[in-house]
Design a protein around this ligand. Structure first.
Ligand code: FAD
Length: 218
C-alpha cells in the first residue's frame, strides 16, 4: 500500500468543480473501503458498457470478478477501463434549482485490468472481494470449489491512476442574491443501512443467524 499522493495524469486532472477534487490517497482508500459496488466502464466492440459489479480493494489493486463468459470482463483483455465508486451522503437543496446538488464521495480509477491466473492470488482476491461486502462469510460459508474457480474470472485493476471528488456542506447560494428568497434551503442527509436479516424460506430449522451477520443490521 502506497501513501504517496495520487499522481495527476492527463486523464485524472480535475477540470470542472476542481475545488471538490482531492489527490489524497487515504481518501481514495476510504471511499473504496466504504463500498462494495462499483461501475465498470469499458468499450466492447466499439460500444460503451457500464457494468455494476462488486469489488474488493486492498490499497494496491481493485479486484472484480465475473463469469469467464462475461464480455465486459474478458472479451477485451487489453482494454482501458474506468471504474467508479460513488457514495451519496445527502441532497443539497438550494434556494434555486440551478444550484441544487449532491453531497458525495466518489472515486474514478483508470487502467488496464490484469486477469489473475496465479491460484493463490485468485483465492486471496476472491476472499477480499467476499469479505468487503460480507465480512465473516469467507470463513463461514462454503468456499469455491475447483469447478467454480475455473468458471470465475478475477481481474485486478491497479490503483495507480485514480481521482477522488468529495462534496460536503450546505448549499452554495447562502450568500448570493437568492438568499433573500423565502425558500427553505439546506441538506437532506442520506445513508445506506442494512435492514433486518430475512431468513431464506428454505432454510433448515435450527440454523441460527450468525453473529457476524446480525451485527450489521441498522
Ligand atoms: C452523485 C453525483 C451526482 C453528481 N451530479 C452532477 C450534476 O448533476 N452536474 C454536474 O455537473 N456534476 C455532477 N457531479 C459531479 C460530476 O461527477 C463531475 O465531477 C463533474 O460534472 C465534472 O465533470 P466533467 O465531465 O467536466 O469532468 P472533468 O472535470 O473533465 O474530469 C476530469 C477528471 O477528473 C476526475 N473526476 C471527474 N469527476 C469525478 C468524480 N465525480 N469523482 C472522481 N473523479 C472525478 C476524473 O479523473 C476525470 O477524468 C455529480 C457527482 C456525483 C458523485
Amino acid at each position: 500500500m502506497s501513501h504517496s499522493p495520487l499522481p495527476e495524469t492527463e486523464r485524472t486532472r480535475h477540470r470542472r468543480l476542481r475545488e471538490q477534487g482531492s489527490r489524497d490517497r487515504a481518501q481514495l482508500d476510504a471511499i473504496l473501503a466504504a463500498g462494495f459496488v462499483c461501475h465498470l466502464g469499458v468499450v466492447v466492440d466499439g460500444c460503451p458498457m457500464v457494468v455494476p459489479t462488486v469489488y474488493g480493494a486492498d490499497g494496491t489493486n481493485l479486484y472484480f470478478h465475473g463469469s469467464v463468459a462475461s464480455r465486459s470482463l474478458v472479451a477485451s483483455p487489453d482494454a482501458l477501463v474506468c471504474v467508479t465508486v460513488t457514495h451519496v451522503d445527502g441532497l443539497v437543496l438550494s434556494r434555486s434549482v440551478f444550484e441544487h446538488g449532491v453531497n458525495y464521495r466518489s472515486a474514478m480509477v483508470y487502467g488496464v485490468p490484469r486477469l489473475v491466473t496465479d491460484p493463490a492470488e485468485k483465492l486471496a482476491g476472491l476472499r477480499l472481494l467476499t469479505e468487503q461486502s460480507a465480512p465473516g462469510q469467507w470463513d463461514y460459508a462454503r468456499r469455491p470449489d475447483r469447478k467454480e474457480l475455473a468458471a470465475t474470472a478475477l481481474l485486478a485493476l491497479p490503483l495507480d491512476e485514480a481521482s477522488v471528488k468529495i462534496r460536503v456542506g450546505p448549499p452554495d447560494d447562502g450568500d448570493g442574491p437568492d438568499a433573500g428568497l423565502d425558500v427553505w434551503a439546506g441538506v437532506l442527509p442520506m445513508s445506506a443501512v442494512f435492514g433486518e436479516p430475512e431468513a431464506d424460506p428454505a432454510l433448515r430449522e435450527g440454523i441460527a443467524l450468525p453473529a457476524h451477520i446480525a451485527a450489521r443490521r441498522g
